[in-house]
Write a protein that binds this ligand. Structure first.
Ligand SMILES: Nc1ncnc2c1ncn2[C@@H]1O[C@H](COP(=O)(O)OP(=O)(O)OP(=O)(O)O)[C@@H](O)[C@H]1O
Ligand SMILES: [Mg+2]
Length: 199
């Protein structure tokens, strides 16, 4: 998947032939059309998520279901793990499933431990999930939404970052990516601050 095309939010950016392959709307030719369809789908997915108030959510099954609800009207591979290696993740594609099992086991312990700092735990939760990068696309959005949902379910203060991040000024996006890169080096301070900011 050609990520630089996805990260260019100029509406006239043509879709990459590789992207068109999994697209359910065969007549789409530009990023603007794709962005709009994804946004509508995400709103529907969020409405579904709003209704999920009980049951185990720290699992690959739940994450796959969430990804499918967020992107399943647009992409036919939604809710299924990537089958290739990607630049944004050190995790080999065949380690996505086992790494997620480990991640959710750890997350269950973290969320049950009231002694952990909630902001630090949320930042680690987000960084680890997005670093596994389970899907061909939509990892940033799914991981931000999943992090907010985890906070909500655990009665923590919810980071108000997801909704406005995609269309926010470039400076805010750069700050987010910079914070993730710091977290790659086990320094979570920038990400914690970023997640605390009001958008
Ligand atoms: N150095 C990094 N370390 C960890 N994660 C990263 C790094 N750089 C980028 N990312 C994550 O990867 C995401 C991009 O991956 P992907 O395109 O699958 O997600 P997306 O939801 O389509 O992205 P977007 O945030 O643009 O909506 C970024 O949003 C960010 O969360
Ligand atoms: Mg993307």
């Amino acid at each position: 998947m050609n990520n630089h095309v996805f990260q260019d939010r100029n509406g006239n950016t043509p879709l990459d032939p590789e992207q068109i392959k999994g697209l359910k709307f065969s007549h789409f030719t530009t990023m603007a059309e794709l962005d709009e369809a994804e946004d509508i789908n995400i709103q529907e997915g969020l409405a579904w998520l709003e209704r999920q108030n009980a049951g185990d959510f720290l699992s690959s099954n739940f994450l796959n279901k969430l990804h499918k609800k967020l992107f399943g009207n647009v992409w036919n591979w939604a809710g299924t793990f990537r089958k290739i290696n990607v630049n944004l993740s050190k995790v080999e594609w065949y380690n996505v499933a086992p790494d997620l099992i480990n991640f959710f086991e750890d997350a269950k312990l973290w969320t049950a431990n009231s002694k952990l700092d909630a902001d630090e735990m949320s930042a680690e939760f987000h960084h680890r999930l997005v670093s596994i990068h389970p899907y061909p696309n939509g990892n940033g959005r799914t991981s931000r939404i999943m992090t907010e949902y985890m906070q909500k379910r655990c009665g923590l203060k919810v980071s108000s970052w997801m909704a406005s991040l995609k269309n926010s000024p470039k400076v805010r996006r750069d700050k987010y990516i910079h914070a993730l890169k710091m977290a790659d080096k086990a320094d979570y301070r920038a990400l914690i601050n970023f997640m605390r900011e009001k958008c």
